[in-house]
Design a protein around this ligand. Structure first.
Ligand code: SF4
Length: 180
């Protein structure tokens, strides 16, 4: 399955790559290989979750997903295979993801989003990244040019911070958090 096909699937494999990234508190979608490996190899999925807070180990795992037999991959996501994929995600990963999966509260998210929406560093994504964002609604595709992150994901993750100082308050970021 090529990237173009993934992009045209409107929120199936591509969406799951984004959702898994959210669970792992990443702002970029995981690769298709990582997604399939996490679905079909419970040890690998468990290791990903266990290493969420350890960037070096997590990056190593993300760069080295175990191979998944070709016959296990969903080549064409018709309605029934989509259901099967989502069910498999639920069995293998989703319930674990709920455990300890944290997002900031709505108030914090809205405050962050408001700051981003009025920030000069907000930009449309480069052409090269658009294929990765097939699962993201058009209005949510904007990125921060300071860090390259997808804003609609970044603002929801507790581990994220704004990389830019506030224009009138040098001690805090544009999100209003103290600069250490
Ligand atoms: S994260 Fe900060 S620098 Fe980036 S767009 Fe949002 S407010 Fe601007």
């Amino acid at each position: 399955m090529d990237l173009q096909t993934i992009a045209e699937m409107e929120g199936t494999v591509a969406e799951k790559c984004m959702e898994l990234a959210e669970i792992l508190e990443l702002t970029e979608p995981v690769s298709e290989e990582v997604l399939y490996a996490a679905i079909y190899d419970s040890n690998y999925a468990r290791n990903l979750l266990n290493c969420r807070k350890q960037p070096v180990f997590l990056q190593h795992l993300l760069a080295n997903p175990p191979a998944v037999p070709a016959e296990k991959k969903v080549e064409k996501l018709d309605a029934s295979s989509q259901v099967a994929l989502v069910q498999k995600m639920g069995e293998a990963l989703w319930n674990w993801g709920k455990v300890g999966f944290t997002r900031v509260d709505d108030e914090t998210n809205q405050k962050r989003l408001a700051a981003c929406m009025s920030c000069p560093n907000l930009s449309d994504p480069p052409e090269a990244l658009i294929y990765k964002m097939a699962a993201v609604a058009a209005s949510n595709k904007q990125i921060c040019t300071e860090c390259g992150c997808l804003i609609s994901r970044k603002t929801r993750l507790p581990s994220e911070s704004c990389p830019s100082p506030h224009p009138t308050e040098p001690d805090v970021t544009r999100w209003g958090d103290p600069i250490h």
